[in-house]
Design a protein around this ligand. Structure first.
Ligand SMILES: [Zn+2]
Length: 70
């Protein structure tokens, strides 16, 4: 696997992942990713992205509950 930006070698590692969505700001400190050893560009695997999307869906739901409670 090579970096799509610079063609550098990719290595397994962990990267933080940030999501800003409406009033929700989610940061996951350590998400498994492939990281370019040359330019540092991370590529997140589908499984990690799916998991984060599930977290966002859960947050959305709870945020709606919170709004309803007000
Ligand atoms: Zn690169």
């Amino acid at each position: 696997m090579k970096c799509m930006h610079c063609g550098g070698a990719m290595e397994r590692g962990k990267m933080p992942f940030h999501v800003d969505r409406g009033g929700i700001h989610l940061t996951v400190d350590e998400v498994p990713a492939w990281i370019c050893q040359q330019c540092g560009e991370p590529y997140f695997e589908e499984r990690a992205v799916d998991t984060i999307q599930a977290m966002i869906r859960a947050l959305d739901k709870e945020t709606q509950n919170l709004a309803a409670a007000g």
